[in-house]
Design a protein around this ligand. Structure first.
Ligand code: ADP
Length: 635
């Protein structure tokens, strides 16, 4: 078909070129004369014959250059004259030449028809052939760029369909989602047997919206729902619908739903739905297109009736920016939040991913889970994969993924692969001092078991690292606990101040973290006497998204007080850390020496070294208790 159309197009173009050349060429024989000159030649009886070519707007003929035609000695010469086509001019020509020369008018009917064909018929046919080619290509949906340009109203290859197959994802592949399963159970029941719902005239949820940060298993969950219900899974991303051409997004939404209707019962999953479903207020120039797309989505959602067997699932990590119309009953009426898993959830997820891998008996997945606070399902899958890769690299026959591999893998996922950065002996000592400081103060404030690993090896962007876990899952913290954290953060610097002659750049990250935390204490949690229970900071960033803080509009004086309070908190924390380090000098020295040799300390070896650091004398003893003016609990 395509070939035929291309041939037709080529033939048409060729005919067009030939005709244009033949028809629009103008015959200009002999000398050129103006029409007025022709008239005067005629009055002097010097023109023998003249022919008016009506399509070419020319008068051609012969005249005598030397004198009258009768008895012309020099012989007749051809001429041509441009002729302004009008009735008046024609009349004038007849008046002036009639009787004096042989005058003839040639109606060039052939040329007239050819011109009509060239100007109207052929271009139309060429255009038709072109469109024909374009649509054949688009319908074929090929991978060519042309198809991409032309098939703009379609979703194209990005959008995937999955047929219900034997190896579909099921809930067995998704871990740590106990409550969520009950939420989607109805959807599954409905897709499996819609008649059961009809009997009760019950309306199954039309749309399920999954909220949660990236990697928490939203896609996996949607896929599992499809797998459990045994229906096809159609996926598209919200960004597929975002185009600068108005109407294209809406056409794609229609396309998606028409595919779904063909395959129904089915699950349609739109990832990153916030790209289309953003709230419609206060939009700029691009608002028109997005609004149309969103409207189309709403129309489609209202359009499929309950018995059609289509359930729409959407995923986003920005529920705060979604348009209210999307969340209304009858649209996405079921909202499910997937959060980063807690320790038990993490252990379950690890277990799911460990199923297919030879994991050594000495690996305690609960222990790995404890070391990975804040990790999402995707991060954990990554940890297991990294651990397996490390085991592969060692390449022992019948080798297994051991606890050592896991520990290394966690660090890799956290900080990127080892950089193998070379360092001088001085730098080594300094890093050992810095990291030991963190470790000693952390155990001195009673968090010894939370320290998983102390290392002076350069990793990722950072240099050395003391890894702590344990309170990533905490729901709330008291002011004392935050002060302890501050002291742990400042301990590296305090240790360097005690044992090295000059401060160094290792403190950068600690200071940044400590400052942010101290600001939150004062500005968000009302934990300072100077500012009191007044909000000075505002959190920005949406629910579940990366966030930060910014200053509220407050008076100059408050800003000053805020600064002073933050500074005091950090300095007190540093003093506290220095005090704790002095109290535990022998243990500190001991750890520094070992760390310098071993480079990385973890597990029981680390715990034994820290054994001597007893929190008893300092636990619950906070420097601010000695300074009544800064009694934070007095608020
Ligand atoms: P999201 O859509 O929320 O960004 P995905 O569903 O794409 O996240 O998750 C990415 C990967 O993380 C999954 O393919 C899976 O391997 C892993 N994963 C996430 N959550 C879980 C979970 N609860 N149980 C098992 N694996 C999970």
């Amino acid at each position: 078909m395509l070939r035929v159309l291309v041939v037709v197009l080529l033939v048409l173009v060729a005919v067009f070129v030939v005709l244009v050349r033949g028809t629009f060429s103008v015959s200009k024989p002999g000398r050129e004369v103006t029409i007025n000159r022709l008239y005067s030649l005629a009055s002097a009886n010097r023109v023998r014959e003249a022919t008016l070519l009506d399509q070419e707007a020319q008068v051609v003929g012969r005249f005598c250059p030397s004198g009258r035609v009768s008895g012309c000695r020099s012989g007749l010469v051809s001429f041509h004259a441009a002729y302004p086509q009008s009735d008046v001019a024609t009349q004038q020509l007849i008046d002036r030449l009639g009787g004096r020369a042989r005058l003839e008018v040639r109606h060039q009917t052939g040329k007239a028809v050819a011109r009509l064909v060239i100007t109207f018929v052929l271009p139309l046919m060429i255009l038709a052939a072109l469109f024909g080619i374009i649509f054949v290509v688009a319908a074929a949906g090929g991978d060519s760029d042309l198809a991409g340009v032309v098939g703009f109203g379609r979703l194209g290859k990005k959008q995937k369909r999955e047929k219900a197959t034997e190896d579909a994802v099921t809930f067995a592949d998704v871990a740590g989602i106990g409550d969520v399963v009950t939420e989607v159970q109805e959807v599954i029941d409905y897709l499996r047997d819609p008649t059961k719902f009809e009997a009760f005239a019950a309306v199954a949820p039309k749309g399920v919206l999954l909220f949660g940060p990236p990697g928490c298993g939203k896609t996996l969950m949607a896929r599992a729902v499809a797998g459990e219900s045994g229906v096809p899974f159609i996926t598209a991303s919200g960004t597929d619908f975002v185009e600068s051409l108005v109407g294209v997004g809406a056409a794609r939404v229609r396309d998606l739903f028409s595919q779904a209707r063909e395959l129904a019962p089915a699950i349609v999953f739109i990832d990153e739905i916030d790209a289309v479903g953003r709230t419609r207020e206060g939009e700029g120039v691009s608002g028109g297109e997005r609004e149309q797309t969103l409207n189309q989505l709403l129309v489609e959602m209202d359009g499929f009736d309950v018995s059609s067997g289509i359930v729409l699932m959407g995923a986003t990590n920005r529920p705060d920016i979604l348009d209210a119309a999307l969340m209304r009953p009858g649209r996405f009426d079921r909202h499910i939040t997937l959060e980063p898993p807690d320790a038990d959830g993490r252990a379950e997820i690890l277990a799911v991913h460990a199923r297919r891998r030879p994991v050594a008996a000495d690996v305690d997945l609960f222990d790995v889970a404890r070391q990975t606070p804040g990790f999402t399902g995707a991060d954990l899958a990554n940890v297991i994969n990294e651990a397996a890769l490390l085991a592969v690299r060692e390449g022992q026959e019948g080798g297994q993924v051991s606890a050592r591999h896991f520990s290394e893998a966690i660090q890799r996922v956290l900080h990127g692969p080892h950089r193998g950065k070379l360092m001088t002996a001085d730098e080594r000592y300094r890093l050992a001092v810095h990291e030991s400081g963190h470790a000693v103060v952390a155990s001195a404030v009673g968090r010894r078991t939370d320290i998983h690993r102390v290392s002076i090896l350069a990793q990722g962007a950072g240099v050395a690292k003391t890894s702590m876990g344990g309170d990533g899952d905490r729901v709330l913290l008291t002011d004392h606990e935050i002060q302890d954290r501050l002291a742990i953060m400042m301990a590296g610097m305090a240790a360097e101040a005690r044992l090295c002659d000059r401060p160094s750049t290792t403190a950068e990250n600690d200071i940044a973290q400590a400052t942010a935390l101290a600001k939150e204490m004062v500005g968000l949690y009302g934990m300072s006497a100077g500012i009191g229970p007044v909000r000075v900071l505002a959190r920005y960033g949406g629910f579940l998204s990366a966030d930060g803080t910014s200053m509220e509009a407050i008076g100059d004086q408050s800003i000053e007080t805020f600064d002073t309070e933050v500074r005091q908190l950090i300095e007190t924390a540093k003093d506290h850390a220095t005090q704790l380090l002095t109290d535990h000098q022998p243990a500190l020295t001991n750890i520094i020496t070992t760390l310098e040799q071993e480079e990385t300390l973890e597990g029981t070896a680390l715990q034994q070294l820290l054994d001597t650091v007893t929190p008893s004398s300092t636990n619950g003893h906070h420097p601010h208790n000695d300074t009544p003016t800064r009694d934070l609990r007095g608020l």
